[in-house]
Design a protein around this ligand. Sequence first.
Ligand code: GDP
Ligand code: MG
Length: 163
Amino acid sequence: MKPVMALVGRPNVGKSTLFNRLTKSRDAIVADFAGLTRDRHYGNAKHGKHEFIVIDTGGFEPTAESGIYMEMAKQTRQAVAEADVVIFVVDARGGLSAQDYDIAKYLRKLGKPTVLTANKAEGMTEGVQLTEFYELGLGEVHAISAAHGQGIRSLVEEALAPL
Ligand code: GDP
Ligand code: MG
């Protein structure tokens, strides 16, 4: 059985861009609009010796009753339940939001292996702008740029080597 990696995080942090980078596909819709991906997406990924399945989240089709945040929470829960390891993506440029704290709290309680990943970190001096993310209580912050393909190999290694 291939390990399963779930990408979770609030809208617009770059989950689908990372999904595309990991799967080298165009399966996940990437757009300049938050929440355009229609559904959870599954993709196959192979990096070095690691073969794994990636789940993108963010298919928010909020109904009048549920709303966008409830739908997001539902998708996140489903993906995380299926996953062996969770990549929790935050925005290195946008900083922390209330939603980040909510997701972090949920992931801490769950206790699944989680790699806290600050995306959009291209050209940033690591350690300086990323210190605030330690407040999430999920340990080390892993800086990447999904769009520029930086930090991806070591992210995969960090996420999958312990499994
Ligand atoms: P999602 O809503 O979390 O799936 O985010 P998307 O993957 O759709 O990306 C949201 C926006 O962030 C898009 O405009 C992307 O081009 C942009 N983005 C994604 N990754 C990076 C990155 O590494 N650096 C920068 N600067 N922008 C990025
Ligand atoms: Mg998306």
